[in-house]
Design a binder for this molecule. Sequence first.
Ligand code: SF4
Ligand code: SF4
Length: 336
Amino acid sequence: MVTLPKLNDLGFFEIRLESIGGLGANLAGKMLAEAGVVGVGLNGVSFSSYGSEKKGSAVKAHIRFCDMDTRIRDTSPVERPHVVGVFHESLSKTVNVISGIYEDSTVLVNSTKTPDELKEKMKLRGGTIAVIDAIGISLEEKNRVNMAMLGALFRLCDFLDPDVMRGVIRKSLEKKYPLAVAPALRTFDRGYNEVKFQTYALPEGETMPDFVRFDTPVLGYETQSIGGVITNPGNSILKDLSISRAGMMPHFHEDKCIHCASCDNVCPDFCFVWDELPDKKGRPQMFLQGIDYQYCKGCLKCVQACPTEALTNEREEDGYADLNRMPHRFNLAVNS
Ligand code: SF4
Ligand code: SF4
């Protein structure tokens, strides 16, 4: 039997996966737990938490390992992870993905940035930062992001046996989808081999802040307004769907656009921004100005609908959406 590298007070080594629906974190959590329990003889448990079951909503997967003599009587979410796997870099905009980490925890992020850049961006003070370009690998290998993330997680959790995982992948795919076995194995192996990591000591004299279980909830028992009145109702103008994009986004090429509105007809989220301008004969016509990326969830229906290749399917580069966003007028009014 293997020995776990670190344990908390209850005798558990804990992993938390932070993701959005559609990237396969739930399945990755189950496979990780199976590899620990069936593969190397640990005791373990895995479960997920998510809201509405749809592509793009926030998902957390929780995995707990312990030795065979420790009883698992704790099925609460993992609050203090030894390893965090962040399946979508932009999640850190809206979710505190590093909540509860220890000074020697490992944070794995699906990103094209360097560990130094991520340390700065996520305001991490110490611990190990690991980076894998899981989206890039999955696009090249035509496979799932979760396979590349799993490969990287196996490298970071070196008490797990990657050969066990290769066997699980083979067994689960070869009967129904034999052609999918080789790409899945390649994606897993590339995740395992290509993950980069860097360990940072806490600056001298600094300590990690004490873990706080709950921030004061905005609408909690003691903080809600009289009568339970909701003063900030859901608002489709303020919503931000950018974290729902799973790595790909439409780019708009104005020079090729014939302003036919086919894109607007299929877009489920009102992303296209139009303006009334005079045409060549001076008659008023609607002209497409661009995309308000705040509302774009990356479904790419518009790219398929465009007859002139004025919309192309591109890998999302950090900062592109902010730089090239064409805000709706009502949005400018709300934000001004
Ligand atoms: S479908 Fe293509 S050509 Fe038509 S308005 Fe949209 S971007 Fe322009
Ligand atoms: S990808 Fe295109 S169709 Fe889908 S939400 Fe974004 S702009 Fe709309």
